[in-house]
Design a protein around this ligand. Structure first.
Ligand code: TYD
Length: 227
């Protein structure tokens, strides 16, 4: 089922300020009159939040495959119950992480390979793929410091504890993805002030949404002319 809404995802290694930027982007879009459904992964549904708690709380080392299966277990109801219905209603969906994260973290950084991820992705996400992905890009050392700072007191999460080498691989994975799909994936320099990053994201999103609106007008005119 292809939808009529628009699906934006925010990605990036840990500690790039994604969640703050997502809140600001949602505010920016709502101001322009869009109906926006903001969501996040892992999570987004009651079952998804439970799986998130397992993934975030698990002290025991899980294999990359076990991790992948859990992320997709959380993603399935998220796609079915939240994302697809919102897109079908013509809404704008903005998600803090989505399937690119599995390709980059489990497929690339943890070495599982993209074929296994793709298998699950086809079955679970199918045609529900992001229309626009913003990758917040930051030196892993700076990102890790930010992530550790945010977690002070309670210790770092299992993922953040994966360390700088892991974050480096994940960053390389995101940059490779942006090179492969330059029309969908935009790299945003997250090493600047939150205000500058916010302005940059707003500019990219406005530009892409404007172009997509024009395209849908053209295709409507085209189908009217053809009928
Ligand atoms: P979270 O606390 O949401 O981190 P952030 O605020 O940086 O998004 O934790 C999500 C963690 O889960 C993050 O380290 C990335 C990881 N993750 C995967 O490894 N694969 C996935 O498919 C998803 C969605 C997340």
């Amino acid at each position: 089922m292809k939808s009529h809404g628009f699906f934006i995802t925010l990605e990036g290694i840990d500690g790039t300020g994604k969640s703050t930027q997502l809140r600001r982007l949602v505010r920016h879009l709502r101001k322009q009159g869009y109906t926006v459904r903001a969501t996040r992964e892992p999570g987004g549904t009651p079952v998804g939040e439970k799986v998130r708690a397992i993934l975030m709380g698990e002290k025991e080392e899980l294999s990359a495959l076990a991790e992948l299966a859990l992320f997709y277990a959380a993603r399935a109801p998220h796609v079915e119950k939240v994302i697809r219905p919102a897109l079908a209603r013509g809404e704008l969906v903005v998600s803090d992480r989505f399937n690119d994260c599995s390709f980059v973290y489990q497929g690339y950084a943890r070495g599982l390979g993209s074929r296994t991820v793709r298998l699950l992705d086809r079955a679970i996400c199918g045609p529900t793929q992001p229309d626009l992905t913003l990758v917040l890009d930051l030196d892993p050392r700076v990102a890790l410091e930010r992530a550790l700072g945010r977690d002070s007191g309670s210790g770092t999460s299992r993922f953040e504890a994966a360390g700088i080498e892991f974050q480096r691989r994940a960053r390389a994975g995101y940059l490779a993805l942006a090179r492969r799909e330059p029309h969908r994936v935009w790299v945003i320099d997250a090493g600047r002030s939150a205000k500058e990053v916010e302005a940059d994201i707003g500019r990219v999103v406005d530009e892409v949404l404007g172009a997509s609106r024009q395209l849908s007008v053209v295709s409507r005119q085209f189908s009217v002319r053809r009928s």
